[in-house]
Design a protein around this ligand. Sequence first.
Ligand code: 6GU
Length: 233
Amino acid sequence: MRFDILTLFPGIFEGYLSESLLKDAIDKGLLEVNLYDMRLWAHDKHNTMDDRPFGGGPGMVLKVDRVVPCVEEVQSYAERPGRVVMTTPQGRRLTQRVVEELACEERLLLLCGRYEGFDRRVVDILQPDEISIGDYVLNGGEVAAEVIIDSVMRLIPGVLGDESSAVVDSFSSGNRLLEEDQYTRPREYRGWSVPEILLSGDHGLIEKWRDLNRREKTFARRPELLDDGPLDD
Ligand code: 6GU
């Protein structure tokens, strides 16, 4: 899978792209990630990417005549154009269902917003998939783009060591329960001990305990997840 990131702040991604699972996936050739500094498409002498909004008001607006040619040129860098995703607080909410949908694409272009946003005509012309990661305000779409990459790349075959781990995770389709509590050594710490059942060696009993633990935890913390899901007596 190929990601093309278009941003005014490419530096934000450098640490993220060079660590851990993502770095391994890139090194293994499972993933290609390209970073583009949109400012290179600002051809005037002041490198202007944004301007004051028509009609007045605070903040600055990213210019349509900079952003659209930038996206079009990056699209031309590969044989087939990618799906354009714009990170914006006005977008549809990112859920695991959306993540699974994006993971089916061969190529994604992530267009990161900043300031007050893009000129509306960027959306009219490019018709991007506008995505928000939640109901709170970020300074820009870069962190949201990292969240999208992080959640999507886990679903690419070969990226996780253990293929089954992505399937059993909370929120994957077919699972709407939170994960059960986990313990490792020592058996006791400051008077806090590990539930006896987990030490029993009885795998049937352990599985029952885990199942109950997931349901109780989900009921206590996120009851809305159970609305159309599995909760018995
Ligand atoms: Cl995608 N961008 C910004 N600026 N804020 C957000 C967001 C995106 N998602 C949630 N808040």
